[in-house]
Design a binder for this molecule. Sequence first.
Ligand code: SAH
Length: 328
Amino acid sequence: MDLSLLADTLAAHGQPAYRAHQVWAWATRGVDGYEAMTDLPADLRSVLAAEVPFSTLTLENEATSNDGTIKALFLTHDGRPVEAVLMSYKDGRRSLCVSSQSGCPLTCTFCATGSMTFARNLTASEILDQALHFRRLSELNHCVFMGMGEPMMNLDAVLAACERLPDIGITNRRTTISTVGWVPGIERLTQVKMPMRLAFSLHAPDDDLRSQIMAVNDRYPLYEVLQACRNFYARKRRMIFIEYVMLADVNDSPEQAVALARLLDPAVFKVNLIPYNPSGSPYQGSSRETIDTFAQTLADNGIRATVRLTRGQDIAAACGQLAANAAS
Ligand code: SAH
């Protein structure tokens, strides 16, 4: 829901400011329209239904994976595609993966989103409406900004959304912002009060290789990004996740694991190895054995590493697969 349109509409109808809080409180509890808001006068409910769309996003398609992961494709009011994913785990974790942009202006060679057209930044309301959509299906408790787009290039809207996610059940401590290493964004996140986690998509242990697979490295080389990450840790005392997608014969050798371990301070970073999900790029994913050897080599060199569970691959909902085929 466009919260500034809501406030303007309430004001135009001479309604007290607390009405906006009432509406938002109902929305965060997962109702699916104004009709359910029984403490609002009936005529006001009709006015809102006519003048303030309940969501800024229209659901175009929804798919459920055989592991229970759900992917939703939405369109914005101006027809831009947005995807979000809900992952449910046996221990009760409900993790929402949201998009911060429609498409992505960056062109990481292994990522499907990077190959589609960049449309625009999403507004805070468009980010929150992804969460509210899934809140109508179940309770939520974790959020990762790992859908389409680079959240640090749209940080005003991302932070505005983070301010309201706790109302929906997702605390800032359970929210992770993932970045290609956009240094000004990391610096700003270091200064804000909210305690979100930081994840850095590193993917290559040296600048040459990293620039080949992620052009953004020419702008913000590894040394600068790692320094910004260390400053983040010094201020926030929250460990940073290093994301590392495992590409066969590209970045997955034991020597590269040793080089990666040398870059990282074990007090600051832990590594999350991501099995590569097919995305129409020329890469092959590393074998399970190669990934395990890489993880063990990191461990032997003092760096904690986990291997990410791949979820939703059968519905193209896994990392790097969000490309909104309907629109590309
Ligand atoms: N732009 C941010 C947010 C996207 S997060 C970032 O890059 O961090 C999506 C994560 O999935 C990133 O770590 C990204 O590098 C990774 N990824 C991209 N394509 C992938 C693929 N095909 N398989 C596995 N992971 C991929």
